[in-house]
Design a protein around this ligand. Structure first.
Ligand code: ZN
Length: 299
């Protein structure tokens, strides 16, 4: 995150949760060989990304925001702000789906082009055609700006993201039906580690999803989410927000013990050190002060 750049914290946080999901998965593969936890075949993109996207999906939940999104005075994000974000984004969620599926549809069309048609002009025109067909017009994120298309090891990656997103909504629905809620529910963590994490590459993506949710992978839960009525959604999120607020903040920094030494550094400059600055809380406070007073743009 770049402190002071509006929105950068949210992107950084979602990325942290996403990569944290990959880390939780790979660190919890319980199999007799490291081959079971490598991010190469037989592990698929959909398999790997399902693990991370389940975790980062929590960042949009009012129940998660109520417990984790705290301001400098440790006050939770007010529901009015959560509600505004919902009202501003929920009606357009299908546009994100269209933007996502446009990428694999473009790749399919590209790789099906006869060799003699593979020219810069034709490829650019093809991207425009797919945007018009799938997204209803030229996209604010032009297809040819998607970096995955350009590097060989990431080509066709978006097809995996789409399958993973289907699994994310199916997984979330399963937990909501089974346990009533997701955020900070220890039963959810136990099921994730036992069914999704432990097997590593001894199971394939489709069988993992079926084992956890009891049904074959489908887009039903994602479509259901997109079709949820806005007013109903706001009321449901409000109830989940209030229940989470009643539980209080999830993390009090005084209680954090990382069981490790942490250095907070900016290039060569060491700003704070958990060993010298009074543990996590002291180091975090020192770093926070540095951001407020010294970091370029804030000084
Ligand atoms: Zn990922």
């Amino acid at each position: 995150a770049t402190p002071g750049a509006i929105g950068s914290g949210e992107t950084a946080l979602t990325t942290l949760m996403h990569e944290g999901g990959h880390a939780a998965h790979f660190a919890n593969v319980v199999q007799p060989s490291p081959m079971f936890s490598q991010e190469r075949a037989p592990m698929s993109v959909a398999y790997a990304e399902n693990q991370s996207m389940v975790l980062d999906s929590l960042c949009g939940d009012a129940a998660w925001l109520a417990r984790y999104a705290r301001d400098a005075d440790d006050k939770p994000m007010p529901f009015e702000v959560v509600e505004k974000a919902l009202r501003d984004s929920k009606p357009y969620a299908v546009l994100a789906l269209r933007g996502m599926i446009a990428v694999p549809y473009f790749e399919k069309a590209l790789y099906e082009l006869p060799d003699e048609e593979v020219t810069p002009a034709r490829v650019m025109a093809l991207a425009d055609e797919v945007e018009a067909k799938v997204q209803g017009g030229l996209s604010p994120r032009p297809l040819l700006s998607v970096p995955h298309l350009l590097s060989d090891e990431a080509s066709c990656y978006y097809h995996g993201y789409v399958l993973a997103e289907m699994a994310v909504w199916q997984t979330r629905k399963h937990f909501k039906d089974k346990y009533g809620y997701l955020v900070d529910n220890p039963q959810v963590g136990a099921d994730l580690s036992e069914v999704y994490w432990h097997p590593g590459n001894s199971e394939s993506f489709l069988s993992l999803v079926q084992k956890l949710t009891g049904t074959p992978l489908s887009s039903d839960a994602w479509v259901e989410e997109l079709q949820e009525d806005l007013e109903g959604c706001v009321e449901r999120e409000r109830a989940e927000y209030e229940a989470a607020i009643a539980k209080g903040p999830a993390v009090a920094s005084a209680d954090v013990d990382l069981d490790m030494r942490m250095l907070l550094a900016h290039g060569d400059l060491v700003i704070a050190d958990t060993e010298k600055d009074g543990g996590f809380e002291g180091a975090a406070a020192k770093f926070k002060k540095w951001l407020d007073t010294e970091y370029e743009g804030n000084a």
